[in-house]
Design a protein around this ligand. Structure first.
Ligand SMILES: [Zn+2]
Length: 376
């Protein structure tokens, strides 16, 4: 039993939780649980499904053999939380496991399906990147990419009519392939959306988001919580797209909107802001009137240890060249953990020291300072 077994357990659980009909267990989960029963010695292995589900909610470090835990999983967390995959397990699944593009040998069709959910977007992205570098129409390619990306961030739910309206004139993106990033909602389903974290689901009578560490208050009377009225053809973002595109996009768009507002006031100093330049080489490019350029990437990770290995120098060739580069972290993350930036700096070994690491609040101040210097 190696960390492969842990991966099987996470994949099997993800599949198990997705199914309405819980029996029989997915083959992968049964296999992982059999292995687990032999290895768990720290606690008495539960005899019932209820007992097992309760165990899976406990911090992994209290029951899972430590020597077999992958270092990328934060073992202070359980695998389940209130009956669904915990945030840490979802993160591990989507950012570590499915990203490796190498699934364990026991991966079933349904597990592969989860991995595959992100492929259509990757396919669009790769196609547009290719077109961007080879086509004289590159400006249009870029525009259409931004249109798609913003659409996925801002529309957790959509309808065929809305898709037709937005994508009927796109030359490089097909309506059908955008529709495939969504799944159909059932008629009797209660559909809710949080403006801060996207589509919600109901569990034990309460609304829940998919990233509680970033957004966890979903009382129905709050102004940013909306019920979506069901109508024929209503579609909701697929989980993988929600996790990988929509969620990270929310702080990206927030910062973009703040900067856009600054730019509208001080367009003589801050001349242009490009969103996802070069088909998403990084998040934002700021061009100042002294011809200096800043490149920005926004990263919203709970743990600096998980984020650090993902920080690499931002791409800076051709039109994407820059004078300063920044990784920007939503300030809530730094409030949750005081030594966040210190740890990040220490652990991000692939990052040159010239790349700035700071909060969105501090970054906004830097931009304002720069504008003020240029106004003098
Ligand atoms: Zn929320």
């Amino acid at each position: 039993m190696g960390s492969n077994e842990f991966d099987n357990l996470v994949l099997g659980l993800a599949e198990f939780i997705r199914r309405d009909d819980r029996y029989p267990y997915p083959e992968l989960l049964r296999y992982a649980l059999n292995k687990l029963a032999l290895e768990v010695t720290a606690v008495t292995y539960p005899r019932t499904l209820t007992g097992l589900l309760a165990l899976l909610e406990k911090p992994v470090k209290t029951w899972y053999p430590r020597r077999l835990l992958p270092k990328e999983f934060d073992s202070d967390f359980g695998l389940l939380y209130e009956g669904v995959l915990s945030e840490e397990a979802s993160r591990y699944l989507y950012e570590e496991l499915l990203d490796r593009a190498k699934l364990p040998e026991f991966a079933t069709a349904s597990t592969k399906q989860m991995a595959i959910e992100n492929f259509p977007f990757k396919k669009i992205l790769e196609r547009l990147q290719e077109l961007y570098s080879n086509d004289s129409d590159f400006e249009r390619v870029q525009q259409e990419y931004v249109l798609l990306r913003r659409f996925l961030i801002e529309n957790g739910y959509t309808t065929p009519a809305q898709l037709r309206k937005v994508f009927s004139k796109t030359r490089h993106i097909d309506i059908q392939e955008v529709g495939d990033l969504y799944e159909e909602c059932q008629e009797e389903e209660a559909c809710w959306n949080c403006d801060r974290c996207g589509p919600l689901f109901k569990k034990y009578g309460k609304l829940r988001g998919i990233k509680p560490s970033a957004c966890n208050d979903h009382r129905q009377n709050l102004p940013f919580i909306r019920q979506i009225t069901w109508k024929q053809g209503l579609r909701r973002l697929k989980f993988g797209i929600h996790w990988r595109i929509c969620l990270p996009g929310i702080p990206e768009m927030r910062l973009f909107n703040v900067l856009k507002e600054l730019q509208s006031k001080y367009s003589d100093q801050l001349c242009a802001i490009h969103l996802y330049p070069g088909i998403d080489r990084y998040d934002l490019q700021l061009c100042f009137c002294d011809k200096s350029t800043w490149a920005v990437d926004i990263k919203d990770y709970r743990s600096p240890y998980n984020l650090a290995p993902k920080l690499t120098p931002l791409f800076g060739e051709g039109e994407l060249r820059y004078d300063e580069s920044f990784y920007v972290i939503p300030i809530q993350r730094l409030q949750q953990r005081e030594d966040y930036i210190e740890i990040l700096r220490e652990q991000a070994i692939k990052l040159p020291s010239s790349t700035h690491l700071l909060s969105d609040a501090v970054f906004e101040e830097r931009v304002i300072n720069k504008i003020e210097c240029l106004r003098e």
